[in-house]
Design a protein around this ligand. Structure first.
Ligand code: 5AD
Ligand code: FES
Length: 364
């Protein structure tokens, strides 16, 4: 037996690459493709490296964002989404401004530092109505506001920023422009990225993100998504598996895999270093411990659903969504237990993006 067993070129490459992931994270496209192709114990090394980077750059705290899905009405027809306008079997709802404000106030009184106001692309709510909701929440509760309302004109984003909104989530879904147009008949990648850049210019903390494993997507596309997070200097990065919805053209497509989703979360952590990365509900929906696994692969945010129960069942972007019938009173303790179970702590305060804080202080 040789004392110095000959390692394969791939082994050498892997251990060097894992070091590079931990030390700098400035990966090339080829390196990202290679890392996305890892399996089993090799993939576990990538995930452990991301966990190490998370520890160094973000610490143990997991930030809680209360999600309020205030309207499931949507003017768009995205091929993957259960809320698409062609799906006539959805019971459509709209919460009133009073209900939205009261829900946000309830979150603040439970000590939650951020409310995420999300809806389909629903032009029923005029820009001024949303601005008014933001002002009412901000003047009555100590809570950060994240908006997730899709593509809107620059002037709307500006109005909402001036009204007090802090962050904006707008996943780019895929960085492949042809694929983007195919799955979004109402938009283009160029427009989506234009919105993200405008939001950044207006001073929002911006959230990009993608789905993993929808029809037509390749590993190379996923590598481009990782590079895009870095290029956009995204403050937040949301990644979840694609889950086929029975009332969409993608109903017969296979679900995105947990393994690939976790590798994407890990690489997002490695290249961005300190972005806010949620353990997404979709990840928790395809695996009982999906969110815990994501927290151990680089994630540091969870987004419990605080949509009032009567409405929640109708916000079905994909089937078998987690916590669809759980009372928020129960979700809090359940999530805390899940966070503690993987050796983490619950972070307090608004949980702003570290890079945003540096930008604000003129350090970046
Ligand atoms: N499977 C998984 N995620 C989905 N989303 C929408 N439809 C699906 C689906 N079928 C994601 C999109 C969107 C977010 C709110 O939910 O990425 O941005
Ligand atoms: Fe809602 Fe577990 S997080 S029940």
């Amino acid at each position: 037996m040789s004392l110095n067993p000959v390692q394969s070129a791939a082994d050498y490459r892997l251990s060097d690459l894992i070091d590079k992931c931990i030390m700098a994270g400035d990966l090339t496209r080829d390196e990202i493709v290679f890392l996305l192709s890892l399996e089993e114990e090799d993939a576990a090394q990538l995930i452990a490296a991301a966990d190490e980077v998370r520890k160094q750059y973000c610490g143990s705290g997991v930030h809680i964002r209360g999600l309020v899905e205030f309207s499931n009405t949507c003017k768009n027809d995205c091929l993957y989404c259960g809320l698409r306008r062609s799906n006539k079997s959805v019971h459509r709802y709209r919460m009133t401004p009073d209900e939205i404000v009261a829900t946000a106030q309830r979150l603040a009184s439970r000590g939650i530092g951020t409310v995420v106001l999300q809806s389909g692309e629903d032009l029923f709510y005029k820009a001024e109505t949303i601005a008014d909701i933001i002002r009412r929440i901000k003047s009555s509760a100590d809570i950060a506001i994240t908006l997730s309302l899709g593509e809107r004109p620059y002037k709307d984003y500006k109005l909402w920023k001036e009204a007090g909104a802090d962050r904006y989530l707008l996943r780019h879904e895929t960085s492949n422009p042809e694929l983007f147009s195919k799955i979004h008949p109402d938009s283009t990648l160029e427009n989506r990225l234009g919105c993200l850049r405008e939001l950044k210019r207006l001073g929002y903390q911006i959230g990009a993100g993608c789905m993993v494993g929808f029809p037509g997507q390749t590993i190379d596309d996923l590598a481009s998504d990782i590079l895009l997070f870095k290029e956009l200097e995204a403050d937040m990065v949301g990644i979840g598996p694609f889950i086929p919805h029975p009332n969409t053209p993608f109903k017969d497509a296979p679900q995105g895999s947990l393994e690939m989703t976790l590798k994407m979360v890990a690489l997002a952590r490695i290249v961005t270093r300190d972005a806010l990365i949620p353990a997404t509900t979709a990840t928790g929906s395809i695996d009982e411990f999906g969110r815990e696994k994501a927290l151990q692969a680089g994630a540091n945010v969870v987004m419990p659903n605080h949509t009032p129960l009567d409405y929640r069942i109708d916000y079905e972007i994909y089937p078998n969504k987690r916590c669809i019938t759980e009372d928020p009173e129960k979700c809090g303790p359940c999530l805390t237990a899940r966070i503690l179970s993987v050796g983490r702590t619950v972070a307090t305060g608004p949980g702003h993006s570290p890079r945003y804080m540096r930008r604000k202080a003129g350090l970046e």
